[in-house]
Design a protein around this ligand. Structure first.
Ligand SMILES: Nc1ncnc2c1ncn2[C@@H]1O[C@H](COP(=O)(O)OP(=O)(O)O)[C@@H](O)[C@H]1O
Ligand SMILES: [Mg+2]
Length: 256
């Protein structure tokens, strides 16, 4: 579904250019859930933006569903940005319906679809609430539903649960797992939370400090369905945590 060949990215600045992404190659199969972890500033958001076609790589090739991306957004993409991107002057209903409206879907079809999505995200009853009336966890859920509304086959999540407390996060993990197991999208998630990455993913990719390259690409062989509340106690989880942390922790140390 996604293929990166020797992708790099340098940003032009006043003082010349800085390399964000060094040399990154990997591929992601259809329906796979892959997390990218690495120190702050190692180009994780840059990588997602290049896969989504928002940014051009400096060198290398990115293919999505077999076609080179080259500044073209893949037609079936859901994206959750690192920053909260709900429209504050729209209700929950209108935020979730936004993508479908853009696609020109008639209101008679939007209504049942949004209702179904709000049920999926446990937000029934909040249709007419505005973003400022919701908790942080609810806002992230609305953002997730917004990106799911257009039924993307590719979901890009940039630290989707970043600033939330562990309790709220774990509940959202369960919801995301439920949605993903029903809809089977290909997911690329950036996170700084290794527990989260292991809990959710089929693979965890560790990037180095910039200019980044891949230090580790570990397959998480914990059977599914996973219970997000107890999976952390399992010996496989602990084993994966140790093996990934031994690489990631070293990057955090050198970045500090
Ligand atoms: N538009 C930009 N112009 C110049 N430098 C940038 C720009 N965007 C990101 N960078 C730099 O590129 C590096 C990678 O950024 P980013 O992809 O946001 O990292 P991450 O998401 O891993 O924290 C950082 O050093 C950042 O300062
Ligand atoms: Mg980022």
């Amino acid at each position: 579904m996604i293929e990166l060949q020797e992708v790099s990215k340098a940003y032009q600045t006043d003082k010349g250019h800085t390399w964000a992404v060094g040399n990154v190659s990997f591929s992601i199969a259809q329906g796979e859930f892959v997390s990218i972890v690495g120190p702050s500033g190692c180009g994780k958001s840059t990588l997602l933006n290049m896969i989504a076609g928002f940014l051009e790589p400096t060198s290398g090739v990115i293919r999505v569903a077999g076609k080179p991306v080259q500044g073209r957004v893949p037609e079936s993409l859901g994206y959750i940005f690192q920053k909260d991107t709900l429209l504050p002057w729209f209700t929950v209903y209108r935020n979730v319906a936004l993508g479908l409206k853009f696609q020109g879907v008639p209101e008679s079809q939007i209504r049942p679809r949004v209702k179904q999505l709000l049920e999926l995200g446990h937000l029934t009853g909040f249709e007419q609430a505005y973003p400022h009336q919701l908790s942080g966890g609810m806002r992230r859920r609305v953002a997730l539903l917004m990106s799911l509304a257009v039924e993307p086959s590719l979901l890009m999540l940039d630290e989707p649960f970043g600033a939330l407390d562990t309790h709220t996060k774990t509940h959202l993990h369960r919801e995301l797992m439920e949605i993903w197991s029903k809809l089977g999208q290909t997911v690329v998630m950036v996170t700084h939370d290794l527990d989260e990455a292991i809990t959710l993913s089929d693979r965890v990719v560790v990037l180095s400090s910039p200019p980044s390259r891949i230090l580790l690409d570990e397959r998480i062989d914990i059977p599914r369905p996973r219970d997000v509340f107890t999976v952390r106690e399992s010996p496989e989880f602990v084993r994966h945590f140790q093996s990934i942390w031994s690489v990631l922790g070293e990057q955090f140390r050198s970045a500090a």
